[in-house]
Ligand binder design. Structure first.
Ligand SMILES: [Zn+2]
Ligand SMILES: [Zn+2]
Length: 276
């Protein structure tokens, strides 16, 4: 149970609609209630880059893994609406979000998706560089071996700018997720590679009113700071970028609201207007 008296919401969780997650929507909602959350927003993966040589473009529906498509998302959207009906009277608001793996050229497809379903929260994430996953345990080496650290960072931030300028999304997920395996691969310089590079990203985010999440899942990967680090959070703040929410990026019901006492205190202290 969270000790905070502030109303706390987890705005980044994956139930087993995402193929890399375990636990039903019900199990996540029960966990959220147990932990004292007032709101939970599911953000099922939507990664459809046709250039990716691996097949992440799938979704699990009723235990079966099928190709991701605009149509396939219907069952997910329905399940979240049902959960909201069920849990609202118990004090939990259940929202339907999405985490889109952004790649240049996805705009038309994603616009179509968003015109069919009205998602409550649209997160854009950069999971791949040139079609290869930079944050997957079994692929990051293949990804990073193609780049110097500078080129990797330049390309990564350029992709975020693309996502921001598409004006399709509310927020950017795990802004410095390249450090997930990048710390091991490139060493400590990964922790400062944003300097002089991330500023244009924040200018674009402020201009287009795209927010940024505080994502606590980095702590489960052995990092001492969230995605992003405090240095980056403060820099974002100086550019007028808003914190859109706090997310655990839970892929298991037990991970809901992971480290939220601390994360919420930071978010409220730095961005007292973040719940407006
Ligand atoms: Zn992600
Ligand atoms: Zn996620």
């Amino acid at each position: 149970m969270l000790s905070s008296r502030l109303p706390i919401a987890d705005y980044h969780v994956h139930s087993d609609f995402s193929i890399d997650a375990v636990g039903s929507v019900d199990e996540f909602c029960e966990s959220a209630l147990k932990k004292g959350l007032v709101e939970i927003c599911f953000t099922t993966h939507y990664d459809t880059n046709p250039a990716a040589p691996y097949d992440d473009s799938r979704i699990r529906i009723d235990g079966k893994i099928i190709p991701l498509s605009v149509e396939a998302m219907g069952r997910y959207v329905e399940a979240i609406a049902d959960a909201h009906e069920k849990y609202y009277s118990q004090g939990l608001v259940v929202k339907c979000g999405i985490e889109v793996g952004y790649y240049p050229g996805c705009e038309e497809h994603i616009s179509k998706l968003f015109s069919i379903y009205s998602f409550d929260y649209k997160l854009a994430a950069i999971h791949e560089l040139d079609g290869v996953c930079l944050c997957c345990q079994n692929r990051f080496e293949n990804c990073f071996s193609r780049y110097t650290i500078e080129k990797m960072a330049d390309d990564y931030f350029q992709l975020i700018i693309g996502a921001v300028q598409s004006r399709l999304f509310d927020s950017i997920a795990h802004v410095d997720v390249y450090k997930k395996y990048g710390l091991k691969y490139y060493g400590d310089s990964i922790l400062t590679i944003h300097r002089g590079r991330i500023e244009p990203v924040f200018s674009a985010m402020a201009e287009n009113r795209v927010g940024m999440e505080i994502n606590t899942s980095s702590l489960r990967r052995g990092h001492t700071e969230y995605y992003p680090s405090m240095e980056i959070i403060n820099l974002a703040r100086s550019f007028g970028v808003q914190i859109s929410g706090i997310g655990s990026d839970a892929h298991h019901p037990d991970e809901v609201a992971y480290d939220f006492d601390t994360a919420a205190a930071i978010a409220y202290e730095l961005f007292p207007y973040c719940d407006e």
